[in-house]
Design a protein around this ligand. Structure first.
Ligand code: MN
Length: 131
């Protein structure tokens, strides 16, 4: 998970670890790239609003990297604004959820993405518009 808000990071880490997932975290794009040098995640939860290089740009970089483009990226954004989902999809994100993240459905969302492309993940709609 890439997230600059320590509380959000901790919440989601605890939640996903409680579900049995191994979680690595990074607070910005630079740290995320360092983590990715040593660890290949099965999924990336990507906060869009990051200091410096934002989540959209980091996603574009990952999706243009042949070694990493197959890793699903689920965008997480505080802005539930019209056009945000399109922006996330345009950057290459495979899914989209809005903050506050629905803690009841997050693990199911993660599992769904681990099982291949999910063009219509219904779980995500609980936390915001569309997906
Ligand atoms: Mn943020």
């Amino acid at each position: 998970m890439v997230e600059d808000n320590p509380l959000s990071l901790k919440l989601i880490r605890v939640l996903l670890e409680g579900e049995g997932f191994e979680v690595r975290t990074a607070e910005d794009a630079e740290h995320a790239r360092a983590v990715l040098e040593q660890f290949r995640p099965r999924l990336i939860l990507m906060d869009i609003q990051l200091p410096g290089i934002d989540g959209l740009e980091l996603t574009r970089q990952l999706k243009s990297d042949p070694a990493r483009r197959d890793i699903p990226v689920v965008a997480i954004t505080a802005y539930a604004m019209k056009g945000d989902e399109q922006k996330a999809r345009g950057a290459g994100c495979d899914g989209y959820v809005t903050k506050p993240v629905d803690t009841r459905s997050l693990a199911a969302l993660v599992r769904a993405h681990l099982h291949g492309p999910q063009p219509e993940v219904k779980h995500a709609s609980a936390g915001g518009p569309g997906c």
